[in-house]
Design a protein around this ligand. Structure first.
Ligand code: DOR
Ligand code: ZN
Length: 336
């Protein structure tokens, strides 16, 4: 039997939501990770430090104190002094940039990049990372590639700012990592696993519908090659993003895959099948710790090559359900 012990695994891009969904998603994260970068796209968005502190407390109440929420603020009108104040807050980790309207709850995102220059200058000076949901409003398969000029412009204009291309899904975005020293990326489990054929090639599977959308086999292969090859600028960020079942199995399905419950067993299986188990520790922890000089709680997680059953659904107190990835199936790895 194969076994693998991960030291302080981290999820560098996670949606923990609000209300009872937050309790479920946070508890799930706490059983697998030592910490996670928490996205701010709630309604209303997390834009102020009091809102951020209250959110961090709610997460800790559900996930336990051995889980460190690395909090982000939704970037829009913050001034240089707001950034300075945020930097002094122990929960605060980074600013998250959403171009206006590209994904769930991003309506109040950025449309005028000139307006955020003072904030970006302050972030560069204070070493506050900029996390970017890099998509345009264009044709769905090209949205990420259409954003390349913006990544290039920002990376050039702010050479000491750490800029993270969140959940990259396109081979052309991946290539930017070699072009600019200050660009980094996160990659999800679902973009390593799936292509458009899984989403819509047979029967439509709305549970695999996410932003950025899963892409072509050649994109997946390029991202796999980089991750399994041990690219040190790429960090694991699940983008696990639960929505109630009624919003997913709907004529207007929302984007977001609830991968949270299966992340580490599914990663172990995938890396094992590609002969890359020895690269998993760096991908799920070491790269992020090195890039950000992060100090996180010590938490060891052991995985073994034995089957585990994925629940068919998670019940919420409201009577709603959330459906995890691989719902009702058996995975070849489990957490001990
Ligand atoms: O699929 C996604 N769902 N992508 C995002 O960027 C946002 C997320 C959500 O909040 O539902
Ligand atoms: Zn996200």
């Amino acid at each position: 039997m194969k076994s693998l012990t991960l030291s302080s695994p981290l999820d560098m891009h996670l949606h923990l939501r609000a209300g009872s969904l937050c309790e479920t998603a946070s508890a799930v994260a706490g059983t697998q990770f030592a910490g996670a970068v928490v996205m701010p796209n709630l309604v209303p968005a997390i834009e102020t430090l009091p809102a951020m502190d209250a959110y961090a407390q709610k997460i800790t109440a559900a996930a336990g104190t051995a889980f460190r929420p690395l909090m982000t603020l939704f970037l829009n009108t913050q001034s240089a002094s707001d950034i300075e104040e945020a930097k002094a807050n122990p929960h605060f980790f980074a600013m998250k940039l959403y171009p206006a309207g590209v994904t769930t709850n991003s309506e109040n995102g950025i449309s005028n990049f000139d307006a955020i220059v003072p904030a970006l200058e302050a972030m560069q000076a204070l070493d506050v990372p900029l996390l970017i949901h890099g998509e345009s409003n264009g044709f769905v398969l090209e949205r990420e590639a259409e954003f390349l000029p913006v990544y290039r412009q920002l990376a050039k204009a702010f050479p000491r700012l750490k800029i993270v291309m969140e959940h990259i899904s396109d081979a052309r975005t991946l290539a930017l990592l070699d072009e600019f020293e200050n660009l980094y990326a996160t990659v999800t489990l679902h973009h390593l696993l799936f292509t458009l054929d899984d989403l819509a090639g047979g029967k439509l599977n709305p549970h695999l519908f996410c932003k950025p959308i899963v892409k072509l086999p050649r994109d997946r292969e390029a991202i796999r090659a980089a991750v399994f090859g041990g690219n040190a600028k790429i960090m694991f960020g699940s983008d696990s993003a639960p929505h109630p079942r009624s919003n997913k199995e709907s004529a207007a399905a929302l984007g977001g895959c609830f991968t949270g419950p299966v992340l580490l067993p599914a990663l172990a299986d995938l890396f094992d099948r590609h002969g890359a188990l020895d690269k998993l520790q760096a991908f799920v922890s070491d790269n992020a710790r090195r890039i950000y000089h992060l100090d996180v709680p010590q938490k060891n997680l052991t995985l073994v090559n034995e089957p585990s059953d994925v629940p068919a659904a998670f019940d919420l107190p409201s009577g709603e359900q959330v459906i995890p990835l691989f719902a009702g199936t058996r995975l070849p790895w489990r957490i001990v």
